[in-house]
Design a protein around this ligand. Structure first.
Ligand SMILES: CC(C)(COP(=O)(O)OP(=O)(O)OC[C@H]1O[C@@H](n2cnc3c(N)ncnc32)[C@H](O)[C@@H]1OP(=O)(O)O)[C@@H](O)C(=O)NCCC(=O)NCCS
Length: 144
């Protein structure tokens, strides 16, 4: 699912789980899962069809959507054959609700400027806070 989220353009092949596990660029998102505060949801129908998860990072080690060490960064993906059925939205809303229940003040994420997922994030209350080249960092504050 992390490979699906990272290599999101539909015309690019999704890395296999073995490739993702062997690639050090993915390690910050995976190492030691689940650490305290990590949280994830998996959508299943005859096996996993999508997942959304968040974890907190530090100034020293973090992903592209890092804004603060008390703001978890979320990732989300639905397998290509099951997109546009509402699964992603349900996962995202479920994850937001879990973060609020756990007392997180906000969630962050990074998304490519031209990824249509931006519309999903905006409709769930995420706003653009930073831009690095063509990568957008978005934040949703729990307090609204
Ligand atoms: C982003 C993603 C998780 C959304 O999951 P999904 O199950 O397809 O989403 P939903 O069916 O719940 O659709 C929700 C909204 O997503 C938006 N959306 C997401 N991907 C879209 C696409 N490729 N084309 C058009 N709209 C898209 C639409 O605004 C849609 O809103 P609508 O239901 O009002 O039309 C899924 O498309 C995906 O895995 N994409 C590849 C990986 C990725 O980009 N992950 C995010 C990296 S930041």
């Amino acid at each position: 699912m992390l490979g699906e989220a990272a290599v999101w353009p539909p015309d690019k092949p999704t890395p296999t789980a073995d490739e993702v596990m062997a690639d050090p660029r993915y390690a910050p998102y995976l190492a030691g899962w689940p650490r305290h505060g990590d949280h994830g949801l998996v959508a299943e129908q005859d096996g996993p069809v999508g997942a959304a998860w968040y974890r907190t990072y530090t100034e020293a080690t973090h992903g592209h959507g890092f804004v603060a060490d008390d703001v978890p960064e979320l990732s989300i993906a639905v397998i290509a054959s099951r997109r546009h059925e509402g699964i992603g939205r349900r996962l995202l809303i479920g994850l937001i609700e879990a973060s609020v229940a756990q007392g997180c003040r906000a969630l962050s994420l990074s998304v490519a400027e031209n990824n249509p997922a931006r519309g999903l994030y905006e409709s769930a209350g995420f706003v653009l806070v930073e831009k690095h080249g063509h990568t957008c960092v978005m934040v949703r504050n729990a307090a609204g």
